[in-house]
Design a protein around this ligand. Structure first.
Ligand code: NDP
Length: 333
């Protein structure tokens, strides 16, 4: 598998380049940057043979069968459509796009072209989340009554660019983190939120975009979900809880890119600490993506998962802005 990186990004540098290279059959041939000098420098730093500033040149010249898109969010759509038209498989960062119809265009184009398309929602690949999902699916806590997600963190200074001040690039904590929480809840409960209420605000970092949001989601089963995302909470820690008729799951420090955190199950029989696999989240995601490209199985989060997590995030933003309860619009997906 020969990869082209669309975007000389930090997430690729921090996680994805190493995760791609963990597969001995994969190599990264090219990187695209809007800035020739930064692209060349990035290519040198990461031992990538070619750097490009023009996407169509990269797609036509370079020996690439797959692209990883990790530019700012407003660029994902056009870059994905161009890559799909050139017959490339696409792993795209979340949120897939700025609007649902753009995300749907991407997914439909990939389907029509017969290429694999996936969304890089890493959390559902964590050993911790796989263990939690198993607890719920095997009935260890009975019917789920409610869930709570704590994902209020402090955005590191080096990431405080477009995320906190550029709505046109897809900034704001809702497109950045609420999408991940929506995907994680969907993954655990196997159902899609029906409606949401929300409050969003600025608590120290956001300039023209929200940096904090709290929301409550109604699920088709009747379960309620409470979700908190922020860029300004240095000491809150992350976590997720599921409360069922027969027990509760308390997971701490698991809403993260690293294979860390704790899981405790409480039932009438007492308290149990769970162990889980500590594999690399992104390597697992890429392994499933590679298999899907070869026709075996599906990516851990496919394009429709990306559409649905975006739909929930957009509903949360709409609810926060309007002050009303908003039905989540999945555009028929
Ligand atoms: P970055 O800000 O690092 O990169 C986005 C773009 O900004 C790059 O494509 C690059 O443009 C430009 N850029 C990067 N570094 C610099 C710099 N030093 N100076 C000037 N411009 C720079 O964003 P992230 O890597 O944090 O996020 C990229 C995408 O990945 C987003 O869609 C985000 O939501 C997603 N993401 C997903 C994560 C996950 O775990 N799934 C985690 C983090 C982010 P160019 O390519 O034109 O050079």
């Amino acid at each position: 598998m020969q990869w082209g990186l669309i975007g000389a990004s930090r997430i690729a540098a921090s996680y994805m380049i190493n995760a791609i290279r963990a597969d001995p059959a994969a190599s990264i041939t090219s990187v695209l940057s809007s800035d020739a000098e930064r692209g060349a420098d990035y290519a040198r730093t990461h031992a990538i043979p070619n750097s490009y500033t023009d996407l169509s040149t990269m797609l036509s010249e370079a020996e690439i069968d797959t692209v990883y898109i990790s530019t700012t969010n407003e660029k994902h759509r056009d870059q994905a459509l161009a890559s799909i038209a050139a017959g490339k498989h696409v792993l795209c960062e979340k949120p897939l796009a700025m609007s649902l119809s753009d995300a749907a265009d991407m997914v439909e184009a990939a389907k029509a072209k017969g290429v694999t398309f996936a969304t890089n929602h890493h959390l559902r690949n964590a050993g911790s989340h796989l263990a939690i999902r198993e607890l719920i699916a095997t009935g260890r806590i009975g019917d789920v009554l409610s869930a709570r997600v704590f994902h209020a963190v402090h955005l590191p200074e080096h990431l405080q660019g477009w995320r906190i001040n550029d709505a046109s690039a897809g900034g704001g904590v809702i497109p950045d983190i609420t999408v991940h929480d929506a995907d994680t809840i969907r993954f655990h409960l196997d159902e899609d939120p029906v409606s949401v209420v929300a409050k969003a605000g600025v608590s120290g970092l956001g300039e023209g975009v929200e940096d904090s949001v709290m929301s409550v989601w109604s699920m088709p089963s009747g379960a309620m979900v409470q979700s908190h995302e922020s860029f300004t909470h240095g000491f809150a820690g992350t976590g997720i809880e599921f409360h069922g008729a027969k027990g509760s799951i308390f997971a701490r420090n698991v809403m993260t890119q690293e294979p860390v955190g704790s899981i405790r199950l409480e039932t009438a029989r007492g308290s149990e600490e769970l162990s889980y696999s500590t594999h690399n989240l992104y390597e697992r995601s890429l392994g499933l993506f590679n298999k899907a490209v070869q026709g075996a199985g599906r990516p851990s989060a496919d394009g429709i998962d990306g559409i649905k997590s975006l739909a929930v995030a957009l509903a949360v933003r709409d609810a926060a802005h309007s002050g009303r309860e908003v039905q989540v619009n999945y555009e028929g997906y």
